[in-house]
Ligand binder design. Structure first.
Ligand SMILES: Cc1cc2nc3c(=O)[nH]c(=O)nc-3n(C[C@H](O)[C@H](O)[C@H](O)COP(=O)(O)O)c2cc1C
Length: 415
C-alpha cells in the first residue's frame, strides 16, 4: 500500500480538496519534474517502471507515450478515459471523487513529458457528481497556478476540459471516445494509424485511464525502482481491485499488483456470506472469462490472468455464489453486449443480437438441441473480426460460460 500521500484512495475526510492534497505533498512532484527534468527522462522513468495501463488492455504507459512523434508543429492532446462502463468496475469513480488533484498532477507530468498543452477528461455520462467535483478541482488548481499558463514559473501551460459522455459502453474504447469527443456518434476507427500518431482532431493523442495517470506522480516522486519494489518485478505498484457480488465487504481495494484472487475475495472482501459457497468469479469486468472456484489461486496481474485463459481487464471482480442460475448469468451477459454493440461491425452487431435471441428462446421454451453449439459458433464468428475489442469482450465471456457450465445449462433447459 503506498503511504497516504500517494494513495489513490486517500484516507483524509476532505481528501479531494486542494488544501488536503497539498498537505499530502501534492504538486511537489510536478514542480520538481517541470522545473528540473527533461521530458525524455520522464518517459524513460515511466518506461522503466513498466506502468501498465489500468483501463483494460494493460499496455505499458511509457511505451505508448514514446510513440507520439517528436517535433510536430501542430497541437497534441491528452485524453483521460473516465468512461468506466464495464459492469463490475467502479474504481475510477472513487479516484475522481477522492483524489482528483492526484489525477491532475499525473496529467501535468504526462503533458510535460509528451509536449501537450490541452487535455480532455472524458467522464461517463451517469457520473454527474464526479464531473462537478472535477470541475471544482480544476477551478482550485487553476487559481493556485497548477493549471493554466506559466506553470511553476516556466513557459509551459496546460488547459483541462471536462467532457461528459452520454452513457455508452463503446465510448470507453479509445477511438470511439475520440469520435464522441469530436461530436460524432461513438464508433471505433480503423487502426492503424493509432491515436498516438493520428488521434483527436487528427493530431497525435495520448489516451490513458484515470488510475494509470493518477499513479504517475508516485513513480516520479520515488523512482521506478521503488515503484517496482511493490507488486511484481515486471508489473509494479498497486492496483485498485473492485469487488462486488456475494462477499461480506464489497468495495474497492488498493493492493499490490499480483495479490492472489483468493486473498482479495476471502481476506480483504471478507469471503462469501455465511452459508453461501462460491460458484464462479468474473475476475476483470464482464468481458473477462469466468473462473471456477478451483481456479482462483492466481496472482491478479495482466500476464497471469492471460495465461489462465481469462483477463485482468479493469480488475472488476464479481463473485457469484452457489445457487445462482448460470442461464440467468448467460442471459444478462448476452443482453448487455447486444445492447452495447455500436453496430459498426457486422459480426458484432448481428452476432451479439443472435446470441441474445437464442439465449432468450432457451430460457423461454428450452430452445433447440443444437443451440449451445450454435452460440459457441456465433461467438467464434465475432472474435477477431471486428474493428475494436468489444467483439472479443462480448464473445469470450459467453464462450467461457457455455463451456464451463454446459452441464448445468443443459439441465436447466431440459423439459
Ligand atoms: C468496449 C470498450 C470499453 C472500454 N472502456 C474503457 C473505460 O471505460 N476506461 C478505460 O480506461 N479504458 C477502457 N477501454 C480501453 C481503452 O480502449 C484503452 O485501452 C485505455 O483507455 C487506454 O488507457 P490505459 O493504457 O491507461 O489503460 C475500453 C475498451 C473497450 C474495447
Amino acid at each position: 500500500m503506498p503511504e497516504n500521500g500517494f494513495r489513490l484512495l486517500p484516507l483524509d475526510d476532505d481528501s479531494w480538496r486542494l488544501e488536503a492534497y497539498l498537505r499530502r505533498g501534492g504538486y511537489e512532484t510536478a514542480r520538481k519534474v517541470l522545473t528540473s527534468m527533461a521530458p525524455e527522462a520522464v518517459i524513460a522513468e515511466v518506461r522503466k517502471a513498466s506502468l501498465r495501463g489500468r483501463g483494460g488492455a494493460g499496455f505499458p504507459a511509457g511505451v505508448k507515450w514514446g510513440f507520439v512523434p517528436k517535433g510536430v508543429s501542430g497541437p497534441k492532446y491528452l485524453c483521460v478515459n473516465s468512461d468506466e462502463a464495464e459492469p463490475g468496475t467502479f474504481k475510477d469513480r472513487l479516484v475522481l471523487l477522492r483524489a482528483p488533484h492526484q489525477l491532475l498532477e499525473g496529467m501535468l507530468i504526462t503533458a510535460f513529458a509528451v509536449g501537450i498543452r490541452t487535455a480532455f477528461i472524458y467522464v461517463r455520462g451517469e457520473y454527474a457528481l464526479v464531473a462537478r467535483r472535477l470541475e471544482e478541482a480544476i477551478v482550485e488548481a487553476r487559481s493556485a497556478g497548477y493549471i493554466g499558463p506559466r506553470l511553476f514559473g516556466t513557459d509551459l501551460s496546460l488547459d483541462v476540459v471536462v467532457h461528459l459522455g452520454a452513457g455508452a459502453y463503446i465510448c470507453g474504447e479509445e477511438t470511439a471516445l475520440l469520435e464522441s469527443l469530436e461530436g460524432r456518434r461513438g464508433m471505433p476507427r480503423v487502426r492503424p494509424p493509432f491515436p498516438a500518431v493520428v488521434g483527436l482532431f487528427r493530431s497525435p493523442t495520448v489516451i490513458n485511464n484515470v488510475e494509470t495517470l493518477a499513479t504517475v506522480p508516485q513513480i516520479l516522486a520515488r523512482g521506478a525502482d521503488s515503484f517496482l519494489s511493490r507488486g511484481l518485478p515486471k508489473d509494479g505498484g498497486t492496483r485498485l481491485y473492485c469487488v462486488s457480488g456475494a462477499v461480506r465487504r464489497p468495495g474497492t481495494y488498493e493492493l499490490a499488483v499480483g495479490t492472489p484472487l483468493r486473498e482479495i475475495i476471502e481476506v480483504h472482501a471478507g469471503g462469501t456470506p455465511e452459508g453461501k459457497g462460491l460458484k464462479a468469479v468474473i475476475p476483470g469486468g464482464l468481458s473477462a472469462p469466468v473462473l471456477l472456484p478451483g481456479e482462483i489461486d492466481i496472482p491478479m496481474d495482466v500476464d497471469s490472468l492471460a495465461r489462465a485463459g481469462s483477463m485482468l481487464g479493469s480488475a472488476g471482480i464479481v463473485v457469484i455464489p452457489e445457487g445462482t442460475p448460470m442461464l440467468d448469468v448467460l442471459h444478462a451477459t448476452a443482453r448487455f453486449y447486444a445492447h452495447e454493440s455500436c453496430g459498426k461491425c457486422t459480426p458484432c452487431r448481428i452476432g451479439t443480437s443472435w446470441i441474445l435471441k437464442i439465449v432468450g428462446r432457451l430460457r423461454r421454451d428450452g430452445g433447440r438441441p443444437a443451440d449451445f453449439d450454435l452460440i459457441l459458433r456465433l461467438a467464434d464468428g465475432i472474435k477477431g473480426k471486428t474493428l475494436c475489442p468489444l467483439g472479443e469482450g462480448a464473445a469470450m465471456p459467453i464462450q467461457a460460460l457455455v463451456t464451463k457450465f454446459r452441464g448445468e445449462l443443459e439441465r436447466a433447459v431440459a423439459r
